[in-house]
Design a protein around this ligand. Structure first.
Ligand SMILES: *[C@@H]1O[C@H](CO)[C@@H](O)[C@H](O)[C@H]1NC(C)=O
Length: 365
């Protein structure tokens, strides 16, 4: 059986009693999540990355709603949360937090939290955290790294492999796979390197053929994503209907192989809508938003429509799970889809998994 995993909202909901004063409208206690962790207040946590047995979080002193900082970036403090365990008394999860060293004043601050990647080692005991910064027009890229056991960040200059120097590189997310980091931009492509070597080579790979956009689109995270499933990097996209060309709305998926993108496969939404399993959900026949791909099964894709999350075996066109309750995965002050931007798929550490399973059984007794 595949390891239990969760869809983790990145904007953590503050649910402890102490938070009641800060947010009187929060009814999180009445509506327990499957996975929750008590944090000390007041800092506002935002989960940047999830690794095996660890989470990387940024804390800010005030709620914070943009990923990209302007010319005057605020202080960023990073914390690695690890050593998950069940709380005494059997309810909730405990963990320890380690403060990641701050960058010295002489080094540029973190520019974009969507460009901070994590490789977790030894079940969360070790880490490498890295950010890549590229100024448009420059033939150099700057890699900022910090490893466990080191008390400082190091900066390395790398060759900039981007094919168009005048196009600005803005990361839309980072994933880690096989000890490497992949910074992606959902309209352009992927930069990757091995953060463990002294002077890594930075490589560029465009999005699959036909998927590159000349201009970035707003809300692109609602329909495109790059994630790891069953040990491979996958590009997933919901391609909308194009009636001019007689093309129906469909889901597109391609896997990155050492030789390049694999021939993609595509499934039309109509095929899913026409199945009984979809009709049973009572959802309208509308193109949903993309949420995540199951980390162990690339055919199993999670979507959201009208705040409901459902999973579809896309090759079989069959809806497998449908959440009757509307999701509250994204804790922002305005309605926000549970898009790949705000959620992470995370394989639960075994200690936390047991606890989630126990509370699930309690609730469904
Ligand atoms: C991709 O890059 C463009 C600039 O080239 C930027 O405007 C956009 O926000 C980036 N977005 C994502 C989500 O990858």
């Amino acid at each position: 059986m595949a390891a239990p995993w969760v869809i983790l909202g990145r904007v953590a909901r503050i649910a402890a009693a102490a938070a009641a004063a800060a947010d009187p409208g929060d009814d999180a206690e009445a509506d327990p999540a499957d996975f929750s962790l008590a944090v000390a207040l007041p800092p506002y946590p935002y989960i940047l990355a999830a690794g095996p047995g660890c989470l990387l979080s940024r804390f800010s002193a005030a709620p914070f709603y943009v990923a990209r900082f302007g010319l005057d970036p605020p202080d960023t403090h990073l914390v690695l949360v690890h050593r998950f365990g069940a709380a005494a008394g059997g309810s909730g999860t405990t963990a320890s937090a380690v403060r990641v060293p701050d960058r010295p004043a002489s080094m540029p601050a973190i520019r974009n939290i969507e460009g901070v990647g994590l490789v977790g080692l030894d079940d969360g005991e070790g880490y490498v955290i890295a950010e890549l910064q590229i100024d448009s027009g420059s033939d150099r890229a700057r890699l900022f790294r910090v490893h466990t056991g080191q008390d400082r960040w190091i900066e390395t200059e790398l060759r900039n492999p981007l094919p168009a120097r005048d196009r600005e590189w803005v990361p839309g997310g980072v994933v880690s796979l096989g000890g490497k980091l992949y910074w992606f931009n959902l309209s352009w492509g992927i930069l990757s390197c091995d953060p463990f070597v002294h002077a890594p080579d930075l490589l560029f790979c465009s999005l699959p053929p036909g998927r590159v956009l000349d201009l970035a689109r707003p809300h692109i995270h609602n329909s495109r994503s790059i994630m790891v499933s069953r040990g491979d990097l996958r590009y997933v996209e919901i391609i909308p209907e194009d009636s001019d060309n007689g093309e129906a709305a469909r889901i597109f998926m391609s896997t990155l192989e050492p030789t390049g993108w694999e021939v993609p496969y595509e499934e039309r939404f109509e095929e899913i809508w026409n199945e009984n399993s979809y009709k049973k959900t009572w959802l309208p026949k509308e193109v949903p938003e993309l949420v995540v791909v199951c980390p162990s099964n690339p055919d199993l894709v999670y979507f959201a429509l009208e705040q409901h999350i459902f999973s579809v075996n896309i090759r079989g066109h069959e809806v497998l799970e449908f959440a009757e309750e509307t999701h509250e995965l994204v804790n922002l002050p305005w309605p926000t889809p549970a898009s790949c931007r705000y959620v992470l798929a995370w394989d639960l550490p075994s200690t936390a998994a047991e606890d989630c399973w126990r509370s699930y059984l309690e609730e469904h007794k």
